[in-house]
Design a protein around this ligand. Structure first.
Ligand SMILES: Nc1ncnc2c1ncn2[C@@H]1O[C@H](COP(=O)(O)OP(=O)(O)OP(=O)(O)O)[C@@H](O)[C@H]1O
Ligand SMILES: [Mg+2]
Length: 250
């Protein structure tokens, strides 16, 4: 418990987290410095694409203020089983954990240490068991949650989302710089919401020497597929995400 990565060397949850994640092969955090850029839809779709291939997949929604993955998957009424920890809820073959399973539709007004404590608690209690990949859906920005994930689970690999907008590009560039400075592994950059030919996301990836893992089109049919995994699988977005999934998992 003297690990310098621990937020508090006396906190026994640090060791519990290591135990809980011991059977997880890879941990992949989906991020992107901007809000509303498709992190939740793409994190959930990646998990679905891998689960469809027969991989054991976990999905942890780390957006405590606005959890979305259970909505995208159309979860209804499930509750994590408890007893010396809690089991993620199995939805569409994905072992899913979210504060939404505990708080329902209630808002979670967390700030400061509460955010870190909620993250520690979720990581310390969830029984993932043997997983090939655990996908983390991060909230917008590279704030407390992302920094805590890097500190608590330094083997986490980051997949960044970008879009061909100068506002987004500038923000993703800062995120890439920060992750690089912190020594966090970066799997690559995915362009989302593509509407026209524009190489700015691919150029950004190249300038940082990270792979460009694919392009996900703007898909006007996506909204009707939210909450309905069967329809989600038929969207253009999902087809593109499936290709990204294959590239990432090899
Ligand atoms: N490629 C796409 N085509 C069409 N709509 C999309 C696409 N990607 C995301 N969206 C839509 O954009 C909205 C935001 O997506 P999402 O919630 O996944 O973003 P986010 O980055 O997780 O947001 P937040 O920062 O709030 O967590 C959703 O309504 C989603 O369905
Ligand atoms: Mg989100």
């Amino acid at each position: 418990m003297t690990d310098r990565h621990r937020p508090d060397a006396m906190d026994p949850r640090g060791a519990a987290i290591d135990d809980r994640l011991a059977g997880v092969g890879r941990i992949l955090a989906v991020t992107g410095s901007k809000g509303g850029i498709g992190k939740s839809v793409i994190a959930t779709s990646l998990a679905l694409a891998w689960a469809d291939e027969g991989r054991r997949i976990g999905l942890l929604d780390l957006d405590f203020t606005s959890p979305s993955d259970h909505v995208i998957l159309g979860a209804g009424g499930q509750f994590p089983a408890e007893g010396f920890g809690v089991d993620p809820v199995l939805i569409e073959g994905i072992h899913t954990m979210s504060v939404a399973f505990f708080s329902g539709e209630a808002a979670a007004p967390l700030r400061g240490n509460d955010v870190t404590n909620t993250l520690l608690e979720l990581l310390a209690i969830t029984r993932w068991g043997e997983m090939d990949i655990l996908v983390l859906d991060l909230p917008p920005g590279l704030g407390d949650i992302a920094l805590d994930v890097i500190r608590l689970v330094p083997r986490t690999e980051f997949l960044l989302l970008g879009a061909a907008s100068r506002v987004v590009i500038g923000s993703v560039r800062r995120a890439l710089r920060l992750l690089t400075e912190l020594g966090a592994p970066i799997v690559g950059l995915v362009e989302n919401l593509r509407q026209a030919d524009d190489d700015s996301v691919a150029d950004l990836a190249r300038s940082f020497g990270v792979p460009c893992l694919g392009v996900v089109p703007y898909d006007p049919g996506l909204e009707d597929a939210i909450g309905d995994p069967l329809r989600l699988r038929e969207t253009d977005l999902f087809e593109a995400v499936r290709r990204v999934a294959r590239l990432v998992s090899g």
